[in-house]
Design a protein around this ligand. Structure first.
Ligand SMILES: C[S@@+](CC[C@H](N)C(=O)[O-])C[C@H]1O[C@@H](n2cnc3c(N)ncnc32)[C@H](O)[C@@H]1O
Length: 186
């Protein structure tokens, strides 16, 4: 609505500001580092002084109802079937791969791939003893070690923005999914 601006609870309110006020507001609108925040450190998690802080950061974000709803929607879009082979690219702590492993059942397979040893180790620790059809591999999203058309579906959440070449990662997703399979990118 032109000239209208939704307030934080969604009610429209008229906003009338001079140009000087607008430029001040635009400068203040730059991203801040307060609260759960995903900085570019996710491209090099293992090089951080404390890589486990990224595990905690992922958990904090994934625990919100907002991101839980997005994950549910992504799962619906992926249309996971019993017996399916599913890839989670940039799987982080591996929790979503566990959810998917429950859906594909013992006849299926879920593979979580991440570039960070810290993340892969944490994902394996969380999966230990659950006896679900899931495995976690250390690999770069831009160069996958899977045959063409290997997966029935692929997902990738909050990863592309951390890559040098996101197009290449998308090309890999398309390469490894079967022709009528689904790719869901968040
Ligand atoms: C913001 S986290 C998201 C993790 C997970 N997808 C989720 O939704 O909880 C980004 C993840 O991308 C991984 N990552 C960054 N660069 C990568 C690359 N080149 N190849 C594979 N994974 C990468 C990081 O290690 C991290 O686990």
């Amino acid at each position: 609505m032109k000239g209208m601006h939704p307030d934080p609870v969604g009610r429209p309110s008229r906003v009338v500001r001079r140009a000087s006020q607008r430029s001040t507001l635009m400068r203040r609108a730059q991203p801040t580092i307060a609260g759960p925040h995903e900085g570019s450190g996710f491209s090099e998690v293992d090089h951080a002084t404390d890589p486990t802080k990224y595990v905690r950061r992922v958990d904090a974000i994934n625990g919100t109802s907002f991101w839980q709803a997005i994950k549910r929607r992504a799962r619906d879009l992926l249309d996971v079937r019993h017996g399916a082979r599913i890839l989670d690219l940039g799987c982080g702590t591996g929790d979503e791969a566990l959810e998917l492993a429950r859906l594909v059942g013992s006849a299926g397979r879920v593979v979580g791939v991440d570039r960070s040893q810290t993340m892969v180790a944490e994902a394996r620790r969380r999966a230990a003893g659950k006896y679900l059809p899931v495995e976690y591999r250390l690999s770069d999203a831009q160069c996958l070690d899977f045959p063409d058309e290997w997966f029935d579906g692929c997902r990738c959440e909050r990863v592309l923005q951390h890559l040098d070449d996101p197009r290449q990662a998308v090309a890999e997703l398309v390469r490894v999914v079967r022709p009528d399979g689904r790719v869901v990118v968040v």
